[in-house]
Design a protein around this ligand. Structure first.
Ligand code: UDP
Length: 456
């Protein structure tokens, strides 16, 4: 009997946080849609949160199989454990497929887990890093790692002018750099670690698209085997009828889904303010209070995602007020919300996924960055892509008056028409990039072709 032809098999390894699972899962689905066999490898406790019919999901261990990072005393200990136990269980997984009819040909690993490359080399398969930040942010970190920019960034060095980037002030830099060095050093170390050997990969994928960061795409090309493959936003692929639905298919928290959409259905087009600060940010009680009164002051319907522990920070008078125009929920299906015609403004922390989602679904934004790469994303959405207004902090907090002004500016103010025009343009460019023949689509095809033909 003739044996069916083997499909090349790619394992995609993700860090177990929402902002990492989403783009990597989407990338795995994308590869499956182009004829490869794709398997997502993730920790035991995140497997039940992922629902997809198009790819396989396989558990590996980070050494904390019950609830992961929360069990670990600190980030370095967690990452060390993940490296030791993860390398072994990932290796076992690759080995498991060795004599099957789908041996693993390539490992695409989340760049926060740089040991993935060693595992790939050990098995003699292709190794590719996937970067979940913008190319601009990656370029900045990379320049630090390579010593082009030395830390700490002192007063005399700002505005900071680096190749391929716009001039950056202190408040525009990733928070780990703007703080006195040392405060967040475990994070900075973990991040810089991922840039130490990118050039040794067969490919380096970035969740961005050439049109969005064109200068960077060219500048980085000389240093890494880089391919821009984003945006990894499921709704963008709908016209190709290859995706299962409009969502990623992974949720570490339970979304308040139908109730939320039914409520949005009752609101006029572009009237609702959607507020979400993603999965990681911890919002101070003072900031929660300022947002609450700003939303009240704006006097428009609002949908506010406030994670469970933060609910307690809502001012009692706000929670009790009977004339509330909004819903405060613990988790949403963000893509469904952003795609809804009633949503007219996205107040966002500028996590990279949220930024790409707002841009790809054409929603004007108010940027309220919290930490990590978010200040730099905020700088770009406001000044480079011109799809947002950034709310400025005063004493470490965005005050209610400032937030009110920014929301009004984006929805009805002088700049609102221009912002809407720009964000519509970016939506079209994002869609074009991932559509058949678009820049990101071609970059994915080149990779798939190598795996299908075995010729690099
Ligand atoms: N998200 C969601 N529901 C929410 C809030 C966020 O589905 O209520 C998703 C959002 O669509 C995005 C991810 O969680 O894909 C958050 O990633 P991002 O990079 O924006 O921020 P992080 O959580 O990493 O700070």
């Amino acid at each position: 009997m003739e044996r069916t032809k083997q499909r090349p098999h790619v394992i995609v390894l993700t860090y177990p946080a929402q902002g990492h699972i989403n783009p990597l899962l989407q990338f795995a689905k994308r590869l499956a849609s182009k004829g490869l066999k794709a398997t997502l490898a993730t920790t035991h406790y995140t497997v039940p949160s992922i629902h997809t019919k198009t790819i396989s999901i396989e558990p590996i261990s980070d050494g904390y199989d019950q609830s992961g990072y929360n069990q670990a005393p600190n980030l370095p200990t967690y990452l060390d454990s993940f490296k030791t136990v993860g390398s072994k269980t990932l290796s076992d997984l690759i080995f498991k497929y060795k004599d099957s009819d789908s041996p693993v040909t390539c490992l695409v690993y989340d760049s926060l887990l740089p040991w993935g490359l060693e595992v790939a080399k050990k098995h003699g398969i292709y190794g590719a890093a996937f970067l979940t930040n913008s190319a601009s942010v990656c370029s900045m970190y990379w320049q630090i790692e390579k010593g082009v920019l030395s830390l700490p960034v002192g007063d005399g060095m700002v505005p900071l002018v680096l190749p391929g980037l716009i001039p950056l002030g202190f408040c525009d830099m990733p928070s780990f750099l703007a703080q006195p060095v040392g405060i967040h050093s475990p994070y900075l170390e973990a991040i810089l670690d991922k840039f130490s050997c990118l050039e040794l990969n067969d490919w380096v994928f970035v969740n961005s698209f050439e049109e969005l960061e064109s200068e960077l795409a060219n500048a980085l090309l000389g240093h890494w085997p880089v391919e821009m493959v984003g945006p990894m936003v499921p709704s963008m692929f709908l016209d190709q009828q290859i995706e299962e639905d409009t969502n990623y298919g992974a949720s570490l928290w339970n979304p308040i889904g139908d109730q939320c959409l039914a409520w949005l259905d009752t609101k006029p087009p572009k009237s609702v303010v959607y507020v979400s600060f993603g999965s990681m940010a911890q919002i101070s009680a003072e900031q929660v209070e300022e947002i609450a009164w700003a939303l009240k002051g704006v006097n428009k319907p609002f949908l506010w995602v406030l994670k469970e522990p933060e609910h307690e920070k809502l001012p009692t008078e706000f929670s009790n007020s009977t004339d509330q125009m909004g819903l405060v929920i613990t988790w949403s299906n963000q893509l469904d919300v952003l795609a809804h015609r009633a949503v007219g403004c996205f107040v966002t922390h500028c996590g990279w996924n949220s930024t790409l989602e707002g841009l790809s679904l054409g929603v004007p934004m108010v940027a309220v960055p919290q930490w990590s790469d978010q200040p730099m994303n905020a700088k770009y959405v406001e000044e480079v892509w011109k799809v947002a207004v950034r709310a400025r902090k005063d004493g470490g907090v965005v005050r209610r008056e400032e937030l009110e002004v920014c929301i009004r500016e984006v929805m009805v103010g002088e700049r609102s028409d221009e912002i809407r025009r720009n964000v519509s343009m970016w939506r079209e460019l994002a869609k074009r990039a991932v559509s058949r023949g678009g820049s990101s689509d071609q970059n994915v095809n080149k990779f798939v072709q190598v795996l299908l033909t075995g010729e690099k």
